[in-house]
Design a protein around this ligand. Structure first.
Ligand code: SF4
Length: 508
């Protein structure tokens, strides 16, 4: 893929036989894109796919995948973000192109660590499963031929002859279903899982697979291809990392969330320092509640904690003067005297408010940034408790915070499946006693804002996962592309400067 800084001309995109590049709505993404693409398009495709995969993750946890509600919600998201979906299966060049390119961009961004690879693979598999199962029989057949997985259909005569064997060797099938369903002859190598779990009839080196099990074979094949491709892409990372246009973008994508950046504080000055203790119990997410408690207990936080908590407090509305007072009062109760505070720590706080150095107005950290970077070491309190705490300690903390045992089990299950933000959403629901959080959690400050809205009666608890949160995110992302948000290239400078700021905080 090549990148140009100028927008592409539409006629170039459709020149020649480009439509033939995508004969199907579904792809195994075997060939990377080779066309030129503007950085603007690169970024917007990537953000849209990231948003889609986050919806896939969230739906996968909240709904049974084969249900109508799951399918309806996923289809609606695909339509909204203009990716190929059922109704466009026949011909939609733009959607297919976007699907192809965006997959490869996120593949680059998400091959960088084991955690990222696993997350990406899981969501892409779920997305693929949904789309494959939505194809009509005819399109499914065409797709299988296209990816060289065409299997020979068992003739009606042979099926009749083998009815008894098929019936006894294929669990869950009645005589009527055996008669109704198509069976395919599949080489054993492609049907290993079905063969191993004794779910198919085997004869002469072929598995006789009913139509309803074909998706398992296709998915297996896709999973193998995609995990190999991710490992290969990871090996080529050094050459990608040397591209100074791409590397910051890819890093932002893998650390990014799709939502507002909370850099504009509508609440500035509306929160008093006296309220913080109570707010930390009622409306802070677990990560910030933990930092607040550690600060009150120890009268100190190490630099990772000061960065994470300081910017969060700024995001909920603390003015610079309040922040200086807040940190100073607490620190001088410990080992730091007022003079040392004024000379060292006060500068860094003013810096984070854009009043020193390059005068960058720093944005609070998103969940992805907290989860993916700078893990805490001993003596640190920053990070995400759902990601970085030992499960036993997390359990004790949740018990202490009066989360009911069944809720704790659900949270720990989500943590085990590495759905940290969904575990946090569950915590929100239980802490606020609502059935459904009604938004997709991406940011500690979003947690705070939503909690405050709920507690002040500003929003009704929603019973269903709503799309409105996402459309809001879309608008805000658009806004943030022009300002200073985490997922955009415009943030690159800010991030570099943030590293500069971190240097000011290195004093423990
Ligand atoms: Fe904080 Fe986000 Fe982790 Fe929740 S998921 S504890 S808001 S970092």
């Amino acid at each position: 893929m090549e990148f140009s800084s100028r927008a592409r001309h539409k006629h170039l995109r459709l020149a020649g036989d480009r439509r033939e590049l995508y004969p199907h709505s579904l792809q195994f993404y075997l060939e990377p894109p080779t066309e030129s693409i503007s950085l603007v398009e690169f970024e917007s495709f990537a953000i849209d796919r990231l948003r889609l995969l986050k919806v896939v993750e969230s739906l996968g946890v909240s709904y049974v995948r084969s249900t109508d509600s799951y399918k309806a919600k996923l289809e609606s998201e695909l339509r909204k973000l203009k990716f190929p979906y059922r109704a466009l299966a026949e011909d939609d060049y733009e959607a297919r192109r976007k699907d192809h390119i965006s997959h490869f961009i996120l593949r680059l961004a998400y091959c960088q660590s084991e955690d990222l690879r696993r997350w990406f693979l899981q969501q892409e598999m779920d997305l693929f499963r949904y789309r494959f199962n939505e194809l009509t029989g005819n399109l499914m057949q065409k797709f299988l031929e296209h990816v060289n997985l065409a299997f020979e259909a068992v003739s009606e005569d042979l099926k009749t002859e083998l009815t008894d064997e098929l019936l006894t060797s294929t669990p869950g099938l009645s005589l009527t279903k055996v008669k109704e369903q198509m069976f395919y002859k599949v080489g054993l190598a492609d049907a290993v899982d079905l063969f191993r779990t004794r779910r198919v009839f085997i004869k002469d080196g072929f598995a006789y697979v009913p139509f309803k099990e074909i998706d398992a074979i296709v998915l297996n094949n896709y999973r193998t291809k995609l995990s190999k491709a991710l490992a290969l892409t990871a090996r080529s990372l050094p050459s990608i990392q040397s591209d100074e246009r791409l590397q910051p973008l890819l890093n932002h994508l893998s650390h990014s969330y799709v939502g507002p950046d909370y850099s504009v504080q509508k609440n500035t000055g509306k929160i008093s320092l006296e309220q913080i203790d109570a707010l930390s119990v009622k409306s802070f997410p677990l990560c910030m509640r933990q930092l607040h408690k550690a600060l009150r207990d120890n009268h100190h936080l190490r630099h990772g904690g000061r960065m994470q908590y300081g910017l969060f407090l700024k995001g909920i509305g603390l003015t610079l003067e309040q922040a200086l007072e807040f940190w100073k009062k607490e620190f001088i109760r410990g080992k730091v005297d007022a003079d040392k505070f004024d000379k060292g720590y006060a500068y860094s706080i003013r810096h984070s408010y854009g009043k020193e150095g390059k005068r960058t107005d720093y944005t609070p950290y998103s969940c992805m940034k907290i989860i993916m970077s700078n893990p805490p070491s001993q003596g640190d309190y920053h990070g995400c408790p759902f990601r970085h705490s030992d499960p036993e300690l997390l359990k004790q903390k949740l018990q202490l915070y009066k989360i009911p045992p069944s809720g704790i089990t659900q949270i720990l299950e989500l943590v085990k499946g590495m759905h940290y933000q969904l575990a946090c959403q569950k915590y929100f629901e239980l802490a606020h006693e609502v059935d459904d959080i009604g938004f997709s959690l991406n940011h500690p400050n979003q947690y705070f804002t939503e909690s405050q809205k709920l507690l002040s009666g500003g929003r009704e608890p929603k019973k269903e996962l709503s799309n409105s949160g996402n459309s809001q995110q879309k608008n805000n992302t658009q806004e943030s592309m022009n300002s200073n948000s985490t997922p955009t290239s415009s943030n690159t400078t800010a991030d570099t400067e943030l590293e500069g700021l971190e240097a000011y905080f290195t004093e423990d």
